[in-house]
Design a binder for this molecule. Sequence first.
Ligand SMILES: [Zn+2]
Length: 445
Amino acid sequence: MKTDKQGTYIKGTKKALPDGWMTGAFRFAVFPTDEQKPRLERAFGCERKVYNEYVAGLYAHLESGGFSGGFLAYNVPNYTTITSRFDFLDRSNDSFVYNDAKIRFQAALKKYNETYAKRPLQHKKSVRKKMKNGDMPSLQDVKGLPKFHSRKQGKFSYTTNQTNGNIRIGEKNGAAFLRIPKFPEGLRLNLHRALPSDGIIKKATIKREGDRYMVAVSVDYPFEQAPLKTQIETADITALDYSQSDLYRDSEGRKAEYPRFHKLIEKRQRRLNKSLARKKNHAPLDENGQPVYSKNYQRTVKNYQKTMAKAANQRKDFLHKKSDQITNDYDAIVVEDLDLTNLAQCLKLGKKLHDNGFGMFRNMLKYKAERKGKHYLVADRFFPSSKLCSACGTKKENLRLSERTYACAHCQAVIDRDHNAALNLKNYGIRTLSDSGFLAEPVSI
Ligand SMILES: [Zn+2]
């Protein structure tokens, strides 16, 4: 459990796990029957309704008080103040459906307070244009404030928490079933890997991605901690230098051979986007002036979601395989200390940088290495991995970002820039491990 500065427990924060335990998420495909599908969709819809009522409540509060940005001290009411106002938000849904809306709303509010409250009030670009013409912006246009969730796009999911064994995975006639509140008959699922045998299910998130249903089961479980490796050979140390175009370059000079998953689907994504815009423009309006979307439009939306989900899954899969391989093959992995958000802003690489998932990759390497008793080393932020010559150690002060090849004026070595940086990181790792007595043969470099 987290504590505040006075050492008091903050209500609702995560309880710390005992030593040797970890939390893992396990994702499975779920196959609801035709009878179950509408019930799941209804739960997703009710979650959204409660969430949107929370947003409406906040907006009403802000409008009455006059909002001009800054920190929001807003008391989030219990969901029952909302569910009691609508007959259809009844007990046919798992009560966690409503609670989940509250949790998500609180998270959105927190995000605003942590990220946007310190900045001056900002509006979306499209709205700024309208404001020039004298139109008044609405709260919905303020950057960072919680927004209404749309029925067409956005999340189709809810999370249910474990209370007294209400979430279970069992078997019926040789098939695996997930039992969650309001679905005691079970949802069939593809249990492609077993959950840890002595694990404890903490929560389950049911979601629809395109036209597929998935569940992410969060499990706390004890893991076997391998003893920390000692007597390490330098050949069993590798270093990875972040590469903007190919995830990383390692100290052996190999590339990650990283497929640009988003690039691969970009064309398809563009086509679907265009098609959606066209359908939106041609949609007839109802009596309130809202467009009435066709079946075809909804199908395309699902298709779009499916495409995006597929790219994200492929990427994650690739990163898992690579990090498994590296943490199996080597006893120590050295990476540089990167502030990814900062880097993205500095170099205007935003989209690309987040696209290749280096942050996610580093997290995977870290926890996998730790579990296997391997060393995960992060070079000091001020370690000049790019500027040093890996052959002679001379430092080149004025190395430009455009110089893709490192040419040393001192020893005449010529080497690929990223490979050179990775070798420097490896040397850093060798020194660090040697200093702390983990090397088979200590070095002095
Ligand atoms: Zn040199």
